[in-house]
Design a protein. Sequence first.
Length: 209
Amino acid sequence: MHKHHIIPRHMGGTDNPENIIELSIEDHAEAHRILFERYGHWEDYLAWQGLAGLISKEDLIKKIQSEAAKARLEKYGNPFSGIRTWGNFSINEEFRKQVSSLANSPEAIAKKKKTMAERNHQQGFRNSQFGKVWCVDKNALDLYDKKMYSRDKIPDGFITTTEWKELKKDKKNSAYGKHWYNDGEKNYYLKPESSLIDELKLERSRLNK
């Protein structure tokens, strides 16, 4: 026997003994079917489907989580709404310019130099990795065995990982070498040498539609 809430908790029902009756599994499923057809709540629909064995336990859990997330979003809204677009460098030119301006201001540069000095940060030629690049065997199948060498001391048969990636690209692909550009209203997928970029005064980024 199952305990069934006469008035479901999702409709304001309580665990008061007067609100609970015992039903067989079949009757419990039927009770939730009737509630769903009368009020249309997803909680009753999933209870009916689960008790009647019309849906697997795994799918039932997924649907409960999905519906609960929808209800939470509807009630409280998305706390990240607007952040994904405002703080996205690729689609928000205004934000990109603002961050760049702040990062390159005299105050920011002075602060960065001061912090680097205080931490004795090894920059430029003082850095042990200065002038070195990641390399890999030209015939390697992946980049797992990459090694670092000075640019002027790369062994024979080795190339930089950037060159290796370029070799692996399908240059016959129609999308090879192309980038997204836009005119403020429409997106264009072009190669950097396209004359349309200057003609239409396009910017290299993709509009979020």
